[in-house]
Ligand binder design. Structure first.
Ligand SMILES: [Zn+2]
Length: 384
């Protein structure tokens, strides 16, 4: 501290330009926010930091507790204790240990597996430290339930998996009135699943049932566990141009994108993992170790043809609800559409960055009209 004091005096005598010649030693990182997201099988805790940090990890079995000691860190937040109270974690607290060490304690309701990783700044996100406390048993149970749904389906029943994009740390595109894509697509997704399940021959499920993030490859994994016959990812578009409007429909491309705009959109949607926070833990789960490449190619060909067929009929129907941005579907390299064995389509419902579209997207009536239209498109797709 003494050293810094001397330097401050030095700088104030000789002017600001000296900062470049004589930089300060590395500053203490500050913790500026603490949040959590509750998923069905884990709780994600996120710390916002001004600088990258070093930490040590500790845990104990009884009572089950997990804590991190963060080094060269100061606290710049008021809330030092937060009630989580989800199925896995009771609360979390931040306490200062000495002058530049902080302890983050997570009080668990049961034994959990911890997975800690950092995320680099991206767009308006700071350095982040992420702690996932995972209930492995629950994770397995969810997986088995999905497989059971597939095995117990009556003959002729089609399974549809609806994927509300983004979630948790990743808000998706944000409207002028701060409406978030992740909230709108979840609402439309819930309505769509409800309408689909009114048909005896269709069983529909969501990849994400709340405000938490699922990695893009894990969304495919969920659809494959259900052995879905169709996968529809729901999004709302965003643009720097506030006049941009219209619905659009996308399919996967294994070669290049159909145009530059489709490529930019796919790149943006694929960035979701950077915003939402992808851990290394799940990176390889979606890959099947003994997969047959030739068979996969055949399946991919078939599911792409089927995706185009559905995309065409969806465009035909959706234009009655909202004007189209393009008259035909576009193709690009969307990670979330890469299930080789499931026809997969991505719908950009409207532009959340357009004032008028944002107003519509927030309306329950509009959300229902979109959901009903997509549901009847899906029904038609299975009948043809
Ligand atoms: Zn999106």
């Amino acid at each position: 501290m003494g050293n810094r004091f001397v330097k401050i005096i030095f700088l104030s005598c000789f002017g600001i330009s000296l900062i470049l010649l004589q930089p300060f030693p590395a500053l203490t990182a500050a913790i500026t926010d603490l949040r959590f997201w509750s998923a069905p099988d884990h709780t994600r805790v996120v710390l916002d930091l001004t600088e990258p940090i070093q930490y040590e990890v500790f845990s104990q079995e009884s009572p089950p507790q997990f804590w991190l000691e963060l080094k060269v860190v100061s606290l710049q937040i008021r809330k030092k204790e937060v009630d989580v109270n989800d199925p896995f974690v009771k609360k979390m607290s931040l306490t200062e240990l000495g002058k530049d060490k902080v302890k983050l304690t997570l009080y668990q309701k049961k034994p959990l597996n911890a997975n800690v990783f950092t995320l680099k700044p991206y767009q308006d996100k700071h350095h982040r430290l992420v702690i996932d406390l995972v209930d492995i048993l629950q994770e397995k149970k969810e997986q088995e339930e999905r497989q059971r749904e597939n095995e117990s389906r009556p003959k002729g029943t089609k399974i549809v998996v609806i994927d509300p994009g983004h979630g948790g740390e990743d808000p998706g595109a944000i409207g002028p009135r701060k409406t978030m894509e992740k909230d709108i697509v979840l609402k439309v997704g819930e309505k769509l699943v409800h309408f689909l399940n009114q048909n005896k021959e269709i069983k529909a499920f969501l990849t994400r049932k709340g405000d938490y993030f699922i990695e893009l490859k894990d969304r495919i994994k969920i659809a494959r566990e259900y052995r879905a016959d169709l996968f529809v990812s729901l999004h709302t578009d965003g643009s720097f141009n506030p006049q941009a409007r219209g619905s659009s429909v996308y399919c996967l491309s294994l070669s290049g994108a159909t145009d530059q705009a489709a490529k930019i959109l796919a790149d943006k949607e694929n960035m979701s993992n950077l915003l939402g926070g992808a851990s290394a833990r799940h990176a390889s789960i979606a890959e099947d170790p003994d997969r047959d490449e030739i068979l996969l190619d055949l399946m991919q060909n078939y599911s792409m043809k089927e995706s185009f067929r559905f995309a065409e009929s969806l465009l035909e129907d959706i234009k009655a609800v909202n004007p189209l941005k393009y008259l035909s579907y576009r193709q690009a390299n969307f990670i979330v559409l890469k299930a080789p064995d499931i026809p997969s389509v991505l719908l950009e419902i409207a532009y959340i960055t357009n004032k008028e579209d944002e107003r519509l997207l927030k309306q329950k009536g509009f959300q229902e009209r979109v959901a009903q239209t997509v549901a009847s498109s899906i029904k038609k797709y299975f009948k043809e």
